[in-house]
Design a protein around this ligand. Structure first.
Ligand SMILES: Cc1cc2nc3c(=O)[nH]c(=O)nc-3n(C[C@H](O)[C@H](O)[C@H](O)COP(=O)(O)OP(=O)(O)OC[C@H]3O[C@@H](n4cnc5c(N)ncnc54)[C@H](O)[C@@H]3O)c2cc1C
Length: 262
């Protein structure tokens, strides 16, 4: 089986700050990490590989040159090949343009049975790239996957809903987007770390993937982020006291009456 896993390098959100003047993310000096859902996507691909000898996992990312560090981390977890789409012409892409570039990258990779992506990236947070990529490749997709079993050309998956889940069978090739409930990502192995350190990661530019330059990059992107900001903290909450439940309820009612809420 041939599996492609889309992975994105994102800023560690515990460290993210917004520039109060420009309203943009301050990325300088902020450590980058593998997007959480993508770690689950990769783990599921690795589990399939463990159960199906001969399976290969190819990582695909679009990003700046430093995204190679994240790819090395994924290789050390057990992936077999890694491709970085990196070119100034691809910079500033929104989700539409990003999925155009990734689709061109997948077409250049060639044959595949399954594509995994994370449900959502923790920086852009749109959850659009996986579904858009599936649409552009003309393959079926299941999002929010919390359980998966792949056998005999079919993926049997559970798709998480707010109050339960759907059971869906989908023919390969298809796209599955992973959520954290899917699995517990493994750690890098020592052998994997040594392999990854010397691994020749492929870096492809826009010409290499033959993508039309009018559908990628900032200029081609139909959406723009005009402003982002950190919401001001709301006022402190009020603690309603009372020695008994009756007294507490009485105090609450009296407070609400004073504020003319009831
Ligand atoms: C604060 C902020 C706000 C933004 N708002 C918007 C917006 O409103 N509209 C818009 O179109 N763009 C927006 N962007 C840009 C957007 O983040 C990028 O275009 C990004 O490449 C894809 O969108 P996402 O991060 O939302 O990915 P999502 O769609 O949330 O990612 C889902 C999955 O797709 C895969 N994936 C996503 N990006 C890549 C990649 N570069 N390489 C490989 N796999 C990938 C990963 O598996 C990921 O888990 C915003 C970016 C930021 C930082």
């Amino acid at each position: 089986m041939k599996i492609i896993v889309c992975v994105k390098q994102v800023p560690d959100t515990n460290e993210v700050k917004i520039d109060p003047v420009k309203g943009t993310l301050i990325r300088d000096g902020v450590p980058s990490i593998l997007n959480h859902d993508d770690a689950n996507a990769l783990e599921e691909a690795l589990k399939i590989k463990d159960q199906n000898p001969g399976t290969t996992i190819t990582l695909l990312t679009m990003g700046p040159p430093q995204a190679q560090e994240m790819l090395q981390e994924c290789l050390a977890m057990g992936a077999d090949d890694a491709i970085l789409l990196s070119d100034r012409a691809l910079g500033g892409s929104d989700t539409w343009a990003t999925s155009n570039a990734l689709a061109a990258g997948v077409r250049k990779i060639g044959d595949f049975d399954l594509i995994f992506a994370g449900r959502q990236a923790i920086d852009g947070d749109t959850a659009q790239v996986g579904p858009q990529l599936a649409e552009k490749l003309g393959i079926p997709q299941v999002t929010y996957v919390q359980k998966a079993e792949v056998k005999d050309g079919v993926a049997k998956v559970e798709r998480a809903l707010e109050n339960g889940y759907e059971k869906i069978s989908v023919n390969l090739p298809c796209m599955l987007t992973a959520i954290k409930e899917l699995n517990e990502p493994r750690y890098m192995s020592i052998r994997g770390i040594f392999k990854a350190a010397k691994f020749p990661i492929k870096v492809w530019n826009a010409d290499d993937i033959g993508v039309d330059k009018t559908i990628v990059g900032l200029e081609a992107s139909p959406t723009n982020v005009f402003k982002s900001f950190t919401p001001k903290p709301k006022g402190q909450g009020v603690v309603v006291a009372g020695d008994t439940a009756k007294e507490l309820a009485g105090n609450l009612v009296s407070d609400l009456k004073k504020k003319h809420i009831i």
